[in-house]
Ligand binder design. Sequence first.
Ligand SMILES: C[S@@+](CC[C@H](N)C(=O)[O-])C[C@H]1O[C@@H](n2cnc3c(N)ncnc32)[C@H](O)[C@@H]1O
Length: 325
Amino acid sequence: MAKAATRRKSIEPETKAAKPEKTAAKKKSAAPPAAAPRVTEHARIEAKRGTATIYLGDCLEGMREHVADASVDVVVTSPPYNIGIRYGTYKDDLPRDKYLAWIEEVSREVARVLKPGGSFFLNVGNKPSDPWIAWDVAQQVRKKFALQNTIHWVKAISIAKADAGSASGLASDVSVGHYKPINSDRYLNDAHEFVFHFTHEGDAKIDRLAVGVPYQDKSNIARWDKTGGRDLRCRGNLWFVPYETIQQRDKDRPHPATFPVRLVEMCLKIAGAKAGSVVLDPFLGIGTTAIAAARVGADSIGFDIDLGYLRIAEERVREELARLL
Ligand SMILES: C[S@@+](CC[C@H](N)C(=O)[O-])C[C@H]1O[C@@H](n2cnc3c(N)ncnc32)[C@H](O)[C@@H]1O
């Protein structure tokens, strides 16, 4: 976990009951809650490849102050799961009802800023002993959005050579990827998380083949008219995306709950994010979404309450943009 060298006062998530929606412009003049420091711009990194803007502060206040109505093409985010993860600043142990009310409020704000044809990818995982979290969260978001796709982020998988078939070229059974092992005589290790794809009406166009895979049986290319002769098919909704291999946890992944850049990049690609698109992550952490946005050439906006994480995010995004030049 990151040791935030400089920490600001924690901003507790808001849990108050739903308020009527207002436009960003109207809300801009409203004073922030007494306990919450104003959201400040931590860094604006401008490059040929796109601009990444990183804000320090609560995402609800931040979205209200800095993100206009219907201005965002794609939101990719992973909120705290309320499972007691030890973040640098945030306390991940709210009473369930308050946590879910907060998630509802965040999703209402996301609904306000997302363009009509936009996509909202929400990554949430469960704990074996609390298997409803992801669905409880999804039910809150459902109040404002349609669930268009449910993607399973598979972190580890085992495939028997016999099941893969001879065309796969597998030399032996394989077991690949990593998960956080649990000691239990009740639960299986949890090797996946959800990425819920929410849209306003459930009818946003997506580019499935942007993350397509080659046919294993090449005779299908000619058999199916829709291939247009291309050796590419939809990969489906099970995405095996292992964590990037790291040497030292503290140095290479200094945050207790990140997702892989490639997972975010795949979401952005199917949503058609490109140069000129605006990508938002209300819970930026160490900047994974901003890095993925840079890879597809999009601009990004991110919020986090932890200055230590944002310093790392800024460094990672600068490195990525320099690498991509
Ligand atoms: C699951 S982590 C996101 C990690 C990120 N996806 C990454 O790959 O680095 C959730 C993040 O939400 C931040 N957070 C918690 N409450 C917040 C709030 N009210 N506004 C903005 N960020 C908040 C935490 O500091 C934490 O970094």
